[in-house]
Structure formats: structure tokens, C-alpha cells
Design a binder for this molecule. Sequence first.
Ligand code: CA
Ligand code: CA
Length: 266
Amino acid sequence: MNRNIYICLSVIFIVNALCLTLSADFLPEANWKQYGLEYGQSICGFTNSTPKIDGKLDDWKYAIWVAFDSKNELFRGANAWKGKDDLSVTWSTMYDDKTFYFAAAVRDDKFAPSNDPAQPWLGDTIFLYIDWENQRVEVSSKPAFAKIKGKASVFDFSTGGKNPRLSESSISIEPNAKLGAEGMIYEVAMPLEFLTKVKITKGSIIGFTPGYEEGTDNPEGKGGTVFMDWGAVNPDDAINLGKLIFGEALSVDTTGKLATTWGNIK
Ligand SMILES: [Ca+2]
Ligand SMILES: [Ca+2]
């Protein structure tokens, strides 16, 4: 009898362990190449369900992900960057009728944010450089995300402060042990009305790149400061930005559909 109870408990334990493993948080890998995209192009997929802004990426399983994980993305710090485990950023975007969503899984050995909310760029900060008009003349929106004194915030660094309500956006920046000693997940929901008057719909194309600023104060004491973006360019010049196309609804079988969409619009 005791032996049966032991076997029974063992089975329950193993099944539980399997369930926990299967329900572990989703972590992304770059998948943009599957969609027939060139380097510097990605797709912002439409989401039918509102992602929960909680620093967990289970609601981003079907999104299109891009990785900044090589010297091709080092605008600054080619001699200071020590490789993927030092800093690499896998990022994605989604949208719905009202909101522009951004997420990033940041692999990092040391997270060293600024202490000064007026100068988040002194430490770890993510910027977005957005040219809504896609005229390649002006970076029209420049949100930034940082966790300062334990509080995750959205900042507006657009020229002339064009997006003053951005600070009301929802944001979560949470550690994730699977992303290195001090890796972080960023998850942000920015109402489109806080960002632009341009009507964003399926087929819209914008100039875009995230930029990862490791901190102009060089808090990790490296041989130089590190800044990563799409193509190692100066992202403050709109002409240098990558392209983000607003696409179809994301789903399990997104791959074929989105590749067709991109092909049609090119
Ligand atoms: Ca989430
Ligand atoms: Ca690092």
C-alpha cells in the first residue's frame, strides 16, 4: 500500500514539474528572416487580444522579433562590447486600433540604470526613434523607457516635446533570470493618440529603430560607452531608420500570410 502511495505521489510530482516547465514564460528568438524581410525591415503585427503589461511575454508568441546581438548593431562601443551575454536586445512591436505596443528581452550581465529621472540616458535606457510620416526628414517621436529608483517610466524626448502625454503610457520593466544575471523584459503600451496624428492602419509604413543606450555615464566602467540600433547608424537622422510595416493579425499560422502581405506592399 505504502509503495502505491509513493508511486502515486511521484507521478503527481512529475506531472506537476512538466506542467510548470510547459507553462514557463515565453522568451523570444529572432524570427524576422522567416517572413521574407531584408535586414532593416520588420512587421508590426495586429493583435486581437490586448497584451497584459506585466513584463511577461506570453502574449507575444506570434509576434515578429529582431535581435541586436552583433557588431552590425553597434553605433557606439565596438571596442567595449563583450558579446551577446554582455548585452543583446531581442525586440518586437504589435498594434491594435488604439495602441502601439513594444517589447524587448534584454540579455545583460549588469543592469545599471540612471538615478536621475531627468537624465535616464546616463544608465540603461531604451529609446524608440520613429518617423511616422516616413518622409525620411524628421524623427517625429522619440519615446524612452527606463527603470529609475525601481520605477519603470516612459519619457518623451521628441524635439520640442511633441508627445507630452507619453508618460501616462503603461510600462513594465522586470528582471528575468533566463536572460543572464541582470537581464530584463520591457513591455510597453503607448496609445497611438499620444504619439501621432498620422492614421496608422494595415499597410502603413514608418521609419523605425529601437536604440539601446547602456549609459553615457558608462556605469559598467568599460573601455567606452555602448549604443545598439538597427544597422549601427545615427538614429537621430530619420534617413538612417529601418522600416516597420503595419501588417495582418498575428496568429499561429502567421508566417505565410505576413510574407504575402509584405510582398504585395513592396
Ligand atoms: Ca505581458
Ligand atoms: Ca552588460
